[in-house]
Design a protein. Sequence first.
Length: 332
Amino acid sequence: MRAYGFKSNGGPEVLEEIQVPTPRPGPGQVLIEVAYAGVNFAEVQHRRGEFGEPDGPGGYDVPGLEVSGTVAALGSGVTGAVVGEQVAAYLPAFGGYAEFAVADADFVRPVGGLPLADAAGVPCVYPTAYGVLMDAGRLRAGETVLIHAAVGGVGSAAARIARAYGAARVFGTVGTGSKAQLAAGLGYDALFVRDEFEDAVREATTGRGVDLVLDPVGGPVRRASLEVLAPFGRVVTYGDLGRHADWTADVWDLWKNNRTLAGYNIGDVARRSPATIGDHLSTALSALASGALARVPTTVVPSSDVVEVHRRHEAGRSHGKTVLALGGHTAG
């Protein structure tokens, strides 16, 4: 089958079209004929080698954490999925940039009428957004939320989910002022330039601060986020887009100022509580299909453009959700 992978770690140019064997579903697994594959920053990290060297078939690794398509075959013991059914799936071990992908049945759900192009951007992004907000962040109605990397896939999903669950105000930060104009369309009350967000947050909240911060950036942004928390506020960290060195939080600072620092990692949740991922995926697909959550337009690009897509993601020149069209698909 046709796939896109890399044999050595490096820049976007290491990605190439390859031929690899079509996988077979094992016990508890589902084989999916892929229509679309979502693109995520974790796949940039995968390609750069932050998760190790390639060790897949033929020495190649195939990126891709989320797909949509049609069930092609079932492994033994699988219930609840039907051959021919349109589904979306989370792939914690990657493999989505291909014509076929195998997924554990725990992470496969019917799209429920959601267009396949939109569904491809759900399985990794939305369970993460629900997880950082509700599981790690303990969001409550009436609270104020600040979301870093606000116009990315997880950020834009989290803004709409926060609003749906009763957040009073939702603010975000972006890397450049040119992205601030996207605020209204993504459900934000305001977007602030990330290098200047501390004063902007204090002014917007009349000095009180925010109840919950979602931070995938790290480094100075993470430190500064603790300083803009309201009493009993929480910072949830779920990434390191800035590639900063690790740092140590001062427990006395957390204690004396009524602050909480929490973490969320979807891979760990998938290993230790797979039902949580499946439940969030079902909730998201249903809410998007019904209109309970507004849909942000998905950018569909040919899979042959994967190098340029990775280049844009790595440079921070993308916003919203981009999916790769595989198997001859071009739209919904």
